[in-house]
Design a protein around this ligand. Structure first.
Ligand SMILES: [Zn+2]
Length: 266
């Protein structure tokens, strides 16, 4: 297979982020030119969840939506907003097949210095897990500084699937992640960060997805550039080098993982 026929996926980007607003059409066109065949627009709160769905509707078959409440959004969350977001998630699951996951959800102690915020983060995370269980949707998890705690919470729920996006916790946790059949996604740091490269080395290719987490910006060859799905081919190249595989096999397996995890037909 020629390189130009490789198919890439961005399993985690915040296309719903206001920073992308004016650039969405360009980003999608550029992604397609780079052989990216699908992306999942993650959400931070109710507003960006609605935006992710709108983008999925406007770009059916290419953009898919993950909706939910990010731990960073918990700080100012009211009870009313939590309820409205939960209603929104179940409403859009039943009449909209473009919603493929609950995300981005999780815990982040850096954004929960006060005890009541810490507790609220846990409560919201549990609500999101309950919703995904009820609606039979996989979850996309933010686990910075919190992966061990999250690993303890997850078994209480009967989840369709779990994706640890931008996994950056000690690799000692990986055997458990693999054993439970969870996935890990890694992005541009695969090219320049030895910590991420170490994760990629230790996670089987059958449990790995590629992402960008845009509009987060990066260092290395990505410095001062707008993060877009067009970065994914470089991530796949780096994965291939680390694992001693050919790029074609990496891209093919990652696409298979993407289809399996999100239940999308491509
Ligand atoms: Zn994210």
């Amino acid at each position: 297979m020629r390189k130009s026929q490789l198919k890439f996926v961005d399993a985690h980007i915040h296309l719903s982020d206001p920073e992308y607003n004016q650039k969405v059409a360009y980003i999608i066109e550029e992604a397609k030119r780079c052989n990216v065949v699908a992306l999942v627009s993650n959400s931070m709160n109710l507003e960006t969840s609605a935006r992710s769905i709108q983008l999925a509707k406007e770009n059916a078959g290419f953009v898919y939506a993950a909706i939910g409440i990010h731990p960073w959004s918990v700080t100012n969350l009211t009870f009313d907003e939590l309820q409205r977001t939960l209603n929104f998630i179940s409403q859009h699951r039943t009449d909209n097949a473009m919603v493929v996951a609950v995300g981005e959800i999780g815990l982040d102690p850096q954004y929960a210095k006060r005890k009541e915020i810490k507790n609220l983060q846990i409560r919201v995370f549990q609500e999101m897990l309950q919703a995904s269980e009820k609606l039979s949707l996989p979850v996309v998890v933010h686990s910075r500084w919190s992966a061990p705690k999250i690993m303890n919470i997850l078994p209480s729920y009967n989840l369709k699937g779990v994706l640890f996006h931008w996994f950056s916790s000690p690799i000692e946790l990986l055997p458990q992640i693999i054993e439970r059949g969870y996935y890990v996604s890694e992005g541009p740091p695969t090219v320049f960060s030895s910590q991420t490269q170490d994760v990629v080395r230790h996670i089987p290719i059958t449990n790995l997805l590629t992402e960008t987490d845009g509009p987060v910006s990066y260092y290395g060859p990505f410095k001062d550039k707008l993060t877009t799905p067009a970065f994914v081919p470089q991530v796949v190249k780096a994965v291939a080098e680390i694992k001693g595989m050919v790029e074609n096999d990496v891209a093919e397996q990652v696409l298979k993982n993407f289809v399996n995890f999100f239940g999308i037909k491509i």
